[in-house]
Design a protein around this ligand. Structure first.
Ligand code: ADP
Length: 480
């Protein structure tokens, strides 16, 4: 197997900077791909946290005039990742969330900031000493890379564009076309134009050699008007170039055997630690330890996409089933406030914040994880839940449909069920799913089987990495 090199271009990479699942993917995939003979270098912006983590780095490229200031690309390693960091203080030396200013709104110059990331990537990709075999772009923030490479005269490597969430088109005003360094004819239906504006994501979807998204079901859904977010026509047109490859999770990070404090065992063969974990979690969150029903949990962005309004409607049913609820999340103000109002001592606890360690303790202690998303490209929390023996209760959409096997009579009889699915995404169907979950929970044989099947499921990056490696190799073979 000959080694091949990939330049991965991303705005978030765990553990350096993360707002969602995108960072988990870009942080974990390089190590998994190494086992497939693929060497990944990741280009990301030099936010303050990134600059602090790399402490220096070697200058491999100077960009004296990059969208209003001087910039450099620094090569460095951190957390086992081979990084190229775009040091452009005029664009990225801003603390906090990578996209939002202190007023909680998108930075007005976000199109320029991420055009700069894409311009740096395109320059790396066409510089002989740095040129990778493949450029792999992630979401709208790197969507301009395939466009820049399309419009260059230089020899450019093939590109892959991965959609982690189609809901973020990365819009820019049409008046920015020239500023972004795009030719006038790029503002067209077969260019970067998107319903009367510019979309950075559209640029990637239009010009990348291959498009992937993070589950087979989402790959099909996004070609439909309902889930296509305005890109369905283009994605349908490019269906031959579009594939769905499921995400995995980093099983060294999501490993119940190494979670602090010294963890009671949780594995496919040994779940004796679960009751102690559950009791500790209940005490930590002020929940009573004698509820008759399951302890449900939510670890999520608190948004309409994630179906959090459906959850609020279903709370009375959850309580009537003797259940409890633990929520960890941040998001839309009205949902946060409604959840705060719903807190009920002993029964419903809510932690409004972002807390990785608590997310682990919840997965280790809660009985069931609720994921009532309206759409879900892949979803990672249900994969973590499977690994921890926390039974996922999910809407039958996107990657949730692909990763959880519903406990219907046939699947239970065959011994393959791993969770509960419901459809369509409505409060009444969520309530029905909660009732089914409570019934299964009270049947300890059935419940233990669900947990055992879940913990035995391979949720690692091994399989997906093999698929990405095959995709890269087929792309190179097509170019040869
Ligand atoms: P999305 O990327 O749409 O937000 P995913 O399920 O793909 O959803 O990924 C979310 C990731 O972020 C998971 O790793 C999840 O555990 C984590 N996460 C979400 N909210 C929180 C939170 N409040 N605290 C800790 N981790 C969180």
């Amino acid at each position: 197997m000959t080694a091949l090199s990939v330049l991965s271009v991303a705005a978030e990479v765990f553990p350096l900077v993360k707002t969602g699942g995108l960072a988990d993917v870009t942080g974990a995939l390089p190590a998994a791909l190494a086992a497939e003979g693929v060497i990944v270098r990741t280009l990301l912006p030099g936010y303050p946290a990134v600059m602090a983590a790399i402490k220096g780095g070697k200058v491999v490229l100077s960009l004296p005039s990059l969208f209003g200031g001087g910039a450099r690309v620094l090569a460095a390693t951190a957390h086992g990742l081979d990084l190229l960091v775009l040091d452009a203080p005029h664009l990225f030396d801003r603390p906090g969330n990578p996209y939002l200013g202190p007023d909680g709104r998108d930075w007005p110059d976000n199109p320029i900031r991420f055009a700069a990331l894409a311009r740096a990537a395109a320059t790396i990709a066409t510089t002989p000493a740095l040129r990778p075999d493949i450029v792999h772009c992630h979401d709208w923030q790197s969507g301009l890379v395939p466009a820049y490479l399309h419009y260059t005269a230089a020899k450019a490597p093939p590109t892959v564009m991965t959609v982690h969430n189609l809901a973020f088109p990365g819009k820019a005003a049409p008046s920015l076309l020239a500023t972004l360094g795009l030719p006038p004819h790029a503002y067209a239906i077969d260019g970067v134009e998107f319903h009367g504006t510019i979309s950075l994501l559209k640029a990637g979807l239009q010009f990348a050699d291959r498009i992937t998204t993070v589950s087979p079901t989402y790959a099909t859904e996004i070609q439909t008007r309902d889930a296509g977010m305005g890109f369905d026509g283009l994605l349908h047109h490019r269906a031959a170039a579009l594939t769905g490859i499921l995400n995995g999770i980093d099983t060294t990070i999501w490993n119940p055997a190494t979670d602090p404090p010294p963890p009671p065992p949780l594995s496919a063969t040994d779940r004796t630690g679960r009751p102690a974990n559950k009791a500790a979690l209940q005490r930590e969150l002020g929940l009573s330890t004698d509820a008759p029903g399951p302890l449900f949990a939510v670890i999520s962005r608190l948004t309409h996409q994630k179906g959090m309004d459906l959850l609020l409607e279903a709370l009375p049913t959850l309580l009537r089933q003797g259940g409890q609820l633990a929520v960890l999340g941040t998001g839309e103000a009205w949902i946060e406030s409604a959840l705060r109002d719903a807190v009920s001592p002993g029964r419903i606890a809510c932690v409004l914040g972002y807390d990785e360690a608590l997310a682990h303790r919840i997965q280790a202690g809660a009985d069931a994880l609720l994921v009532p998303s309206r759409f879900e490209p892949c979803g990672l929390t249900q994969l973590c839940a499977l690994r921890y023996g926390c039974v996922p209760v999910v809407a039958r959409v996107g990657g949730l449909a692909d990763t959880v096997i519903d406990a219907n009579p046939a699947a239970l009889a065959a011994g393959v069920a791993t969770g509960i699915q419901f459809a369509p995404e409505s409060a009444s169907q969520l309530e029905a799913a909660i009732r089914r979950t409570a019934a299964l929970y009270s049947d300890s044989t059935a419940w233990l089987a669900l947990q055992a099947n879940g913990t035995a499921t391979d949720v690692s990056w091994r399989g997906p990495a093999r698929q990405y490696a095959a995709l890269y190799r087929s792309l190179l073979a097509a170019r040869a």
